[in-house]
Write a protein that binds this ligand. Sequence first.
Ligand SMILES: C[S@@+](CC[C@H](N)C(=O)[O-])C[C@H]1O[C@@H](n2cnc3c(N)ncnc32)[C@H](O)[C@@H]1O
Length: 251
Amino acid sequence: MENQNRVQQNFGKNASNYRYSSVHNNARDLDRMIKLLNPQPEDKVLDVATGTGHTAIKLAQYTQQVEAIDITREMLYEAKKQSYENGITNIEFRIEDVHNMKIPDNTFHIVVCRLAAHHFSNIKMALKEMCRVLKTGGKLYILDCSVVDGDESEKMFNEIELLRDSSHVFSYSPRLWTKLLRELPLEKGQLNFHKVSYELPQWFELMKTEQKDRDKIFGILDNLSRRVKEYYPYSENYITTYRVEILKKKI
Ligand SMILES: C[S@@+](CC[C@H](N)C(=O)[O-])C[C@H]1O[C@@H](n2cnc3c(N)ncnc32)[C@H](O)[C@@H]1O
């Protein structure tokens, strides 16, 4: 099964959870994105994998024209409802797959993609598409879950993410992101790596992770090497994870 089908099934069932998720609608994170991007009113913006629209809605308060795409109808339904309730009228929401966007080259001043790249079945193709629709000099902003550099953390934390959500494909570590980005027409820009902690059981509830999979996740955490465990403290109330934040201009 293509991962797109799994994404549509999993997010379709849990769309309203994402609308009210404090992780996705975190005011501090969204303000930080605005500060880094410094959007101008005349900028044309694309929000890739908009989900329930938190990112698009934030950007629409600074720019006149926002387009927001996603492959899950139920997520877009929540996004439209949320933007209507916020009095936002300058976002065009559409069903589209990032791997094959029906958008002309060099269209946008800003392309953003928050907390979604780990679901893309072909990350290279998705990144190439995002760069293609970006104007020369335009800004690409990506925020996604990530893992500490190293074979063990890259393997084990992707197993954990897949147990939590079967539509997970891969969370790339900074060293893997650096390789991926090197192949694209982008300037050096910024790649930031942040430690975050997710409250439990809320993190599991978002995707309604089954109890047997929650137990397996704790089994993996308990058996990590001492070196990796140091980066990933956890208890029954929280789990540690990491995020990568990328800001680059197209050359
Ligand atoms: C966690 S949500 C995104 C959250 C959102 N960007 C935000 O800032 O709140 C992940 C989204 O990625 C979308 N998605 C996954 N694969 C996709 C693809 N190939 N093309 C477009 N959207 C995709 C899912 O449908 C889902 O709505």
